[in-house]
Design a binder for this molecule. Sequence first.
Ligand SMILES: Nc1ncnc2c1ncn2[C@@H]1O[C@H](COP(=O)(O)OP(=O)(O)O)[C@@H](O)[C@H]1O
Ligand SMILES: [Mg+2]
Length: 297
Amino acid sequence: MLELDSLRRVYGDVVALDGLSFAVRPGQLCGFLGPNGSGKTTAMRAVLGVTRLDGGEVRWRGALITAQMRAATGYLPEERGLYAKMPIGEQLVYFARLHGSSAAAAASRVAELLDKLGLRDRMGDPTEKLSLGNQQRVQFAAALVHEPDLLVLDEPFSGLDPIAVDTMSLLLREQAERGAAVVFSSHQLDLVEDLCTTVAIVNRGRTVLHGEVRALKARGPTRLRVTVDGDDGWLSSIPVGAEVIGRNNGEVTLVLGDDVDAVGVLQHARTSGVVTAMSLEQPRLSELFRDAMEERA
Ligand SMILES: Nc1ncnc2c1ncn2[C@@H]1O[C@H](COP(=O)(O)OP(=O)(O)O)[C@@H](O)[C@H]1O
Ligand SMILES: [Mg+2]
């Protein structure tokens, strides 16, 4: 398990990390979310030892993370770094070999990755000949070419087309399924909601929400969507604890407080007409994110 425990980092009068804590277990795919400047890159750099800490500690398997473990981690840094002139295939084989793969294993793994990423026929091209999106695919491949136990990726999905996003999602899922602990930062909340088992949401260097995506969603207030073939009269006297948050072509969306019974609200709706459609929904991750930011503000 990777543990970020009470991380603190100060730059001049900017507190970049202000007690940030969360953990990622083997097999977990953790989305690391937060507004720009909230400390995500700083925290990931601290995990890799690229930046020092003013307080707190990073642990791997219960002990302080070692230089050796850091070197073995699959890391996609914010500042992308590939050799501009070296053919991408050669480069990836080189990275895999650095991490101790045999020549044969490295070659077959690189071929497999480039194949999946749609870059097999570009193997002999130097990085500088590739589009930015393709360079990012290669950088991503470089982070997982040696099948690390820990993957730390700084915005791996930014600026990619939907095909690349799908492929990379699949590859990350595979990594988690074989037991790697994976953490990546992103602003794509819907993607994180679909892909991740856990999330850590940070703001101003502190963790504001952390846990399993499924549990966090289940804990959030339920949404009720109702379509009534009739007037809106019933809305003037809905139960206390139910709040209308949207109205669209006769469909009304309400947020229900913990003690509000959905059936009671529906019975209420029936006083205005026939209920033609209804559904109960959990909040989206994007809503939980927004709520967490507001609570903090
Ligand atoms: N090397 C640095 N020198 C000064 N300030 C920095 C440095 N790195 C980060 N910061 C500041 O720390 C805060 C957190 O930045 P960062 O970790 O990059 O956030 P995020 O990745 O969530 O966007 C920001 O206010 C940023 O300006
Ligand atoms: Mg960042």
